[in-house]
Design a protein around this ligand. Structure first.
Ligand code: FE
Length: 221
């Protein structure tokens, strides 16, 4: 979690739960223990191969993650034709960079402009564009974020440290099992001479959910 930047204010959104859970709990959480018990049983009965489970976990921890989304964003910033294809049919465009959505889900990329800011939520549960952003953050799955992002998006963004001008329209996109959204943030001013790789390093996960902007400081995570 990024330090500072309104972390206290975001406590109501469940942002702090992550740290508290890991810092102060000696035993693994109840769901973790249940998963461990289930895994042991499945391996013992010969239903799953532990190596296959390790490979799956490695994939989600190291191969799939927000770096993928950041590469897509950086490409869209430097290549206007790619950007057009991305906004028209994201699922097809990301295959050009070697990424793919699962067959049952569609990906839509929504562009932030000076007049319009986009924010992504899943009000029902935690639908999230895994192939391009990896696993969702804890706060994304929290009930306060899921309800308040719709009721008071401007207030929620303020708690994330993002104060938008009243003139900027905020659009909230509710994900579901069939449609996932990725925000294409605005390219920061002053980045005109940066390379695609340098640009990708600036793009943080939250900017692709819509709870942050991309700045030259870069918040790589
Ligand atoms: Fe969901």
């Amino acid at each position: 979690m990024r330090s500072g930047n309104g972390a206290e204010g975001r406590a109501g959104l469940g942002v702090m739960e992550e740290g508290v859970e890991h810092d102060h709990q000696e035993l693994p959480s109840d769901p973790t223990l249940r998963v461990m018990a289930l895994e042991s049983l499945l391996v013992e009965k010969g239903f799953v191969d532990p190596a296959a489970l390790d490979a799956l976990i490695d994939t989600y921890e190291h191969k799939i993650g927000p770096r993928n989304g950041a590469r897509i964003v950086a490409r869209a910033w430097v290549d206007p034709e790619f950007k057009k294809r991305l906004l028209a049919d994201a699922g097809a465009a990301i295959t050009e960079l070697g990424y793919a959505c699962e067959s049952r889900e569609h990906l839509m990329v929504i562009e932030n402009t000076p007049e319009r800011h986009n924010l992504v939520v899943c009000t029902l549960c935690s639908c999230y564009p895994w192939p391009v952003l990896g696993l969702p953050p804890v706060w994304y799955k929290s009930a306060p974020y899921r309800s308040r992002a719709v009721i008071d998006p401007r207030g929620v963004l303020r708690e994330f440290g993002l104060e938008l001008d009243e003139a900027v329209e905020i659009r909230v996109w509710d994900s579901n099992s069939e449609m996932r959204y990725l925000v294409l943030p605005q390219r920061p001013e002053g980045s005109e001479n940066m390379t695609e790789d340098e640009l990708a390093a600036l793009v943080c996960r939250d900017a692709m959910i819509g709870t942050a902007k991309v700045t030259l400081r870069g918040a790589a995570r």
